[in-house]
Design a protein around this ligand. Structure first.
Ligand SMILES: [Zn+2]
Length: 148
């Protein structure tokens, strides 16, 4: 079960405990801001500490701009040695619609994916505004296997 777009480790912990109780794998995705912190102010270190004992099978950051995901993963990598990953949004939300932009075309998104892997990410995907071309470019350009 992929739980995504969390804004607190407490909420994620509840969901991950439910997955554990059901005996199914649980992945936890968090939204971060431009400082790499969750929207509730928790740091990556606080998220890692908040999930102590119920670590998700993969801890991810999602639904934030590419540079924010990069910053959050770099902070998390200092405090967390379990599988992690990221999937950013590209474009802008202009209620009620998503505005597609060309700020992260597939080749630039691939470059971000490579940076996330360098930081230790093992799961890379795409969130709001990414297209099938973004995912295809990741598939073609990222290593097929990563060090564990
Ligand atoms: Zn999103």
């Amino acid at each position: 079960m992929l739980f995504e777009t969390f804004n607190s480790s407490k909420e994620a912990r509840t969901a991950l405990e439910a997955a554990s109780d059901l005996g199914i794998p649980g992945w936890g995705g968090f939204v971060c801001d431009w400082t790499g912190k969750l929207l509730n102010g928790e740091t990556a270190a606080q998220v890692a500490a908040g999930l102590k004992g119920i670590e998700p099978d993969v801890l991810l950051f999602n639904c934030a701009p590419v540079p924010d995901i990069t910053l959050a993963l770099s902070e998390l990598a200092k405090h967390y040695d379990q599988p992690m990953g990221g999937y950013a949004h590209v474009g802008r939300f202009d209620p009620p619609d998503w505005m597609f932009t060309d700020e992260y075309p597939p080749d630039q998104y691939l470059a971000a994916g490579r940076e996330w892997i360098r930081l230790g990410a093992q799961v890379i995907g795409g969130c709001c505004g990414t297209t099938p071309m973004h995912i295809e470019t990741l598939k073609q350009g990222l290593p097929k296997t990563l060090p564990v």
